[in-house]
Design a protein around this ligand. Sequence first.
Ligand SMILES: [Fe+2]
Length: 406
Amino acid sequence: MLDKVTTTANPQQVWDWLLRDEPLFILDLRNRDEFARWRVEGPHPPPTLNAPYFELLDLEGDEEDVTAAVMRGVRARLLPQLPAGRRILALCAEGNTSAYVAEGLRRLGFDAVNMAGGMEAWGNFYYAQTVEQNARYALYQVVRPARGCLSHVLVSDGRAAVFDPARHIEHYRQLAATLEARIERVLDTHLHADHISGGPALGAGGHIPYHLHPYDAIHPMDMLPARIDYAPLRDGETFRLGQAEIRTLHYPGHTLGMVAFLIDGRYLLSGDSLFLESIARPDLGGRAEAWAPLLYESLQRMSALPDTTVVLPAHFSDITVADGAGVFRTTLGELKRSNPGLRQLAGGREKFCAYILASLPEFPPAYVEIKRANAGLAAPDERTMQELELGRNICALTQAAGGQHG
Ligand SMILES: [Fe+2]
């Protein structure tokens, strides 16, 4: 029988190892196409080997013990590729087959653990980190590392506002409860395409205001109006939350109703306009040529904010840009120097738009359906939501193309 204490690791433990750069080796047993789509990554990428289970395991008969077959397969096919002196994390889709592999590896003398719940559990893992804590308010970043999704929670005087919540809303409720705060507002920077928003559910059908810009309360493809309870946001609109101020800034481009929230004049929740590594893609509404100039104007206006503004985006595409605590943030001044998309502004509108149109990544078909769900035009079940959200987000321009043009 497997000893649960030393032979399995949950996503939080794995994240802690990755953050501390502990000597880890990931043995990913999923099929090659699944591995290509997404995998366990950390700020210090560990060596990783994709060895599909069905290629590794060749049972000699129905009667053969699976662990014995794993040991035979490992000896025959994997042994030279496995490291000494590193803990091996065996990983599969749901954590079942990888348990046999971890056990087989242990019997062969390796320090091997199974990832409990597999990639499914990793995909649903979140952690929260403090971005700011002062006498008037505290700001937290909630990270979903597998998907590259970032949400934020602002707390002041026992009141909380949640920005861009993902669909596992219990994480935000729990965080608010831990901080002894009541969620008073829920705000989405835009109608998301890459993940199911937790906004409407957290708003509990109008019980707590759920804010969205009205231009995004419509599906951009079929032009159907959203069927959700939402409070429309206006450019320049300011909310008070306890002793903190939230200012709404309209920055169309990624979507027509894209907004950013400026907290205390200092922290810019930039949504999907400006990322740490790149800038937004303006094609998810199907009108890249029309929306690219809007993005140009928006980023011009955003650049006029003070260089000391701390940018907190809604996504990351490169996990290694996290700081030592696993927080994704940097100043606007730094981004003006380092962000390849933002640097393109200097070339003027025409060159900027040409750069954008040459840097568009693939358009994931699931994104049309996710927007439908977020607009309340479809109600996918849990299994469908899992499938729609498979893989990393692709809300930013591609890095490779950005490099060519940078
Ligand atoms: Fe987005």
